[in-house]
Every structure is written in structure tokens, then in C-alpha cells.
Design a protein around this ligand. Structure first.
Ligand code: F6P
Length: 365
């Protein structure tokens, strides 16, 4: 059995607060506890394809714990199994360059690859594991919180905090102007950010992808509030929400990404429809990438640090093909294959949904 001497770490997909905390924890744990070397692969899987790798020492990770983003860079395209060389060109040709990526692994003496990312990054890690038997360990990150194998991904709590703070700010201006404020939050096909920030911020209406909405019901709620003297309302809408029988609102397509769809724009539609149907002035805000930026919350810093530590332990224990995750209060591993089999979405029958309804929130039905 080959002795493990060197770990490689990459951060893939959309960035999120807490990535630097993971990198720091991995370098410290590897060096202090197990005397292992660590190298960082730059810009996600692009670094593997192009051999952009740098050694990571303790000095490289000093001071990065509270910093947002990732010191390694990231990319939510550059899939080595379906790679487009000339992605800016009109004509795109896709190739499998995974063998070239494997050369980077061999040439740099990487014994285990730690892949920090969401579903796209983990699916690619699993492909390397299956096709080349590359020892991989997954570390789940995403503001969307839509990955199985963990109760929560790091990055989510920070995004939730940012979204809640934005709802609080919109509340006061909505109340002063007697307006409807619609706020669109991220989350892709899962409604975690919308539902939890809506609950935390006291949203009157929360629209999530898991519960297709009826605009008439939304307006009924708003009119009912107006009749009771509340001439303003806060509507929190997930970017992946859609009307019953309606379509997702797509902002753009990124052809060479694992998932080419970029959602965005539902808030404008909902806001305009509410204004037309209720006669109450409406405005909308799309929170966008602000949700992914800045310093991680203490919860995310701690979770990311725990994931980093446990990923190194899992590597040393040769639990390859596994993802570390939070289960209850403990960190446990799950096969990546299981974790990515289907996305983790809000269960419309869940306690969280029942609670939202019980406190008078309209979920669009
Ligand atoms: O997956 C994280 C996420 O921020 C989603 O919530 C959002 O839909 C998407 O990434 C945006 O992607 P991009 O950074 O390519 O605009």
C-alpha cells in the first residue's frame, strides 16, 4: 500500500465564505498532526488541467481564517471530462482531458485529492475516483445548502445572515413608503436561503422552488394585510421559484459549466404582477453575489475548520471516495456517490415549512 505523503487541495464551483478556513485547517492538520505536505491546485479543476499547483506552507494560510473567497481561486466551468479549450470562441469543442489532469496529479506526487465544492465539483471528483482510482475526499461547500451527506454545507449560514440583514433593511423602507418589497435570493433549485432568511426576517410571503406558487394567493395575502392596516409587505423569492405551471426564469446560460443554467429575474415578474393585481406600489431587489462575499460567520468558520480537519483524518484513514459532513453534532463520512445522487431540497411537509405556515407566512398557495 502506497504511503500517503502529500495531499492536494482544490476549491471548485462558485466561491463561498469559509473556503479559506478549510484550506487553513487542512494545512495545519496535515503538517502538525500527520507530517504531510499539502499543495494547492489553482482555480479548481482548471489547475489540474494546466498544472497550476503551488506548495502550501503554514505561512501561506496565516491570517486567512476570516477572509471570504478562496486563496486558491475557483472556477465553475473547466470540467476535465468535458473541457472546452476555447470557451470565449463562438465554436466550442469539448474534449476529455482527464488523463492530462491525472498527469498533474502524478507529476506533483499528489497521493490524495481533497475536493472542496458543491455537487458539480463532487461529481467530477467521483468520476476521477471511478475512472482512475484516484484517492479523493470530498468537502461540501455551497451557499445553496443543496448537497446530501451533510445536514448543512458551510457558506450557507453566512449567506443566510446576509440575506436576513437585507430583508431587515428592506422592511423599514417598505413600511415607510407603504410598498411591497420583493427580494430575490440565490439557492438554485433549492429554497433553503429563501425559506430560512424569510423566516428569520419575518417575510410575509416566501416563494421557494419546492412549492410552485399561485400569484392570486400571494396577492390575497397582501390585500388581507392591507385591509388590516399593514399597507406594506415583504416578499422573499428564491431565484428558482416558479408559478404553478410556469417556467424557471433564466438569466443566462454558461455552456461549459456542469449546470449551464444561471437563474435570475423572478423578482421583477412577481413584483410587477403584484403591483398590477393589488394596485400597491412594488419594488424589487436582486441580492445576487453579495450573498457569497465577505467574512464567514463564526458558525461557518467552525464548520469549515472541522471539515478541513476531518478530511485530512479521512485521507489518512484511506476513506477514499467519501465526503465529510455534519450529522447532528458529529462529523461523519458518506460515499460521494450517495451524496450527489440527488440534490437536497426543502421538504414541503417538513417542520420548517409547517412552522412558517403556522406563523402566518404565505408560501404561495
Ligand atoms: O451555487 C452557488 C450560486 O451562487 C447559486 O446560488 C447561483 O444560482 C449560482 O451560484 C450563480 O452562479 P454564477 O457565479 O456563475 O453567477
Amino acid at each position: 500500500m502506497k504511503k500517503i505523503r502529500k495531499l492536494g487541495i482544490l476549491t471548485g464551483g462558485g466561491d463561498c465564505p469559509g473556503l479559506n478556513a478549510v484550506i487553513r485547517a487542512v494545512v495545519h492538520t496535515a503538517q502538525r498532526e500527520f507530517d504531510l505536505e499539502v499543495c494547492g491546485i489553482l482555480d479548481g479543476y482548471a489547475g489540474l488541467i494546466h498544472n497550476h499547483v503551488r506548495k502550501l506552507e503554514l505561512t501561506d494560510v496565516s491570517g486567512i481564517l476570516p477572509r471570504g473567497g478562496t486563496i486558491l481561486g475557483t472556477s465553475n466551468r473547466d470540467n476535465p471530462f468535458r473541457y472546452a479549450d476555447d470557451w470565449r470562441g463562438v465554436k466550442k469543442e469539448y474534449h476529455d482531458v482527464s488523463a492530462q489532469a491525472m498527469k498533474t496529479i502524478e507529476n506533483n506526487g499528489i497521493d490524495v485529492l481533497l475536493a472542496v465544492g458543491g455537487d458539480g465539483t463532487q461529481i467530477i471528483a467521483q468520476q476521477f475516483y471511478e475512472k482512475y482510482h484516484l484517492p479523493v475526499i470530498g468537502i461540501p461547500k455551497t451557499i445553496d445548502n443543496d448537497l446530501n451527506g451533510t445536514d448543512v454545507t458551510f457558506g450557507f449560514d453566512t449567506a443566510l445572515t446576509i440575506a436576513t440583514s437585507a430583508i431587515d433593511k428592506l422592511h423599514s423602507t417598505a413600511e415607510s413608503h407603504h410598498r411591497i418589497m420583493v427580494i430575490e435570493v440565490m439557492g438554485r433549485y433549492a429554497g433553503w436561503i429563501a425559506l430560512e432568511s424569510g423566516l428569520a426576517g419575518g417575510g410575509d410571503v416566501i416563494l421557494i422552488p419546492e412549492i410552485p406558487f399561485v400569484i392570486g394567493s400571494v396577492c390575497e395575502k397582501i390585500n388581507d394585510r392591507a385591509r388590516k392596516g399593514k399597507r406594506f409587505s415583504l416578499v422573499v423569492v428564491a431565484e428558482g421559484a416558479r408559478a404553478e405551471g410556469g417556467q424557471l426564469v433564466v438569466a443566462r446560460q454558461v455552456q461549459d459549466a456542469c449546470d449551464p443554467i444561471r437563474l435570475g429575474g423572478i423578482a421583477a415578474q412577481v413584483g410587477n404582477q403584484i403591483e398590477d393585481m393589488t394596485g400597491i406600489e412594488s419594488r424589487y431587489t436582486i441580492l445576487g453575489h453579495v450573498q457569497r462575499g465577505g467574512s464567514p460567520t463564526p458558525f461557518d468558520r467552525i464548520l469549515a475548520t472541522r471539515f478541513g480537519y476531518h478530511a485530512v483524518v479521512a485521507a489518512v484513514n484511506r476513506e477514499f471516495g467519501c465526503l465529510v459532513g455534519l450529522r447532528g453534532r458529529e462529523i461523519k463520512t458518506t460515499p460521494i456517490k450517495e451524496a450527489v445522487a440527488e440534490p437536497r431540497r426543502v421538504n414541503p411537509e417538513s417542520d420548517l415549512v409547517k412552522t412558517a405556515l403556522a406563523v402566518g407566512t404565505c408560501l404561495g398557495k
